[in-house]
Design a protein around this ligand. Structure first.
Ligand code: HEC
Length: 245
């Protein structure tokens, strides 16, 4: 293959290097801000300070202990349950998505027996109404991202990040390195981003996928960071030292 026909960093003007560099550094700073933003949006959801895998699970999948009903039967309302084991029945139901058939079968009998004597609008209008499914499901909503939210965030992510990765990749291609490695290296951040976005949707139903969200997100950041650093390095230091392409 004729190497000469491809442009490398040593072939581009200083003005172009300056433009590339300010672009890459700005994107790098933007990425750090995105990380900080992610930290502030997700941290502490599990009740503990700092970002943990549990926070990611709650963000996308929701958590049964985050619901008003789940918290109540685990805490202040626990003593109203005639059988302590009913607490787990209620938590399981919330965990499975608080559906109506299971409500009618298992949950309504418990609530009617132990709770509605106080939780009836005619008796205590200020308390959550536990007499029928629609109002019980309100306090049993486990949170987690809704599909419309995920779709909205995904399309912004895919459009925005594809642009960013494309321009970073275009600059990175001017690096002097093993061509096979380079071909793989430009695909990795795109693949990681697609996997990340896909795993948000899967985490909604399968909480253990939160690990894939974290690892693919980290892989995207890492590979993008490496492209930026290597490009800036070669642009200013490496390409001038070598006479080869
Ligand atoms: C003796 C009356 C009484 C019974 C029985 C009772 N509750 Fe309550 N419940 C209350 C009162 C009073 C509050 C308000 C407590 C507060 O806000 O401090 C409350 C609050 C709640 C809340 C709202 C907590 C929040 O997030 O603000 C839930 C949910 C709840 N109860 C569920 C239940 C369940 C489930 C049962 C049956 C196992 C039950 N309660 C039985 C009196 C009762």
């Amino acid at each position: 293959m004729n190497k000469e026909k491809y442009t490398r960093f040593k072939d581009i003007s200083v003005s172009e290097r300056i433009l590339n560099t300010v672009f890459l550094l700005t994107i790098g700073l933007g990425y750090l801000m995105a990380l900080a933003n992610m930290y502030y949006t997700h941290q502490g959801l599990d009740g503990k300070a700092g970002l943990s895998i549990e926070d990611i699970i709650i963000s996308y999948h929701g958590g049964s202990n985050q619901t008003r009903l789940g918290t109540a039967v685990s805490g202040i309302m626990k003593s109203n349950l005639r059988y302590a084991s009913d607490k787990d029945v209620i938590l399981q139901w919330i965990h499975h998505g608080a559906n109506e058939p299971e409500y009618n079968e298992k949950i309504a009998p418990i609530l009617n027996r132990d709770c509605v004597l106080c939780h009836t609008p005619t008796i205590n209008p200020s308390l959550p109404d536990l007499t029928h499914y629609s109002s019980v499901s309100e306090v049993a909503y486990a949170g987690g991202a809704t599909i419309p939210t995920l779709v909205r965030v995904s399309h912004i992510h895919l459009f925005g990040i594809a642009f960013i990765l494309f321009f970073i990749g275009k600059i990175f291609l001017l690096c002097n390195m093993n061509v096979h490695l380079k071909r793989v290296a430009v695909v990795i951040p795109f693949a990681a981003m697609l996997l990340d976005v896909l795993s948000w949707f899967i985490t909604k139903s399968t909480p253990s996928f939160a690990y894939v969200v974290v690892y693919s997100g980290a892989l995207m950041g890492f590979s993008m960071g490496l492209q930026i650093l290597l490009s800036v390095y070669q642009m200013w230091f490496y390409s001038r030292k070598t006479t080869e392409i």
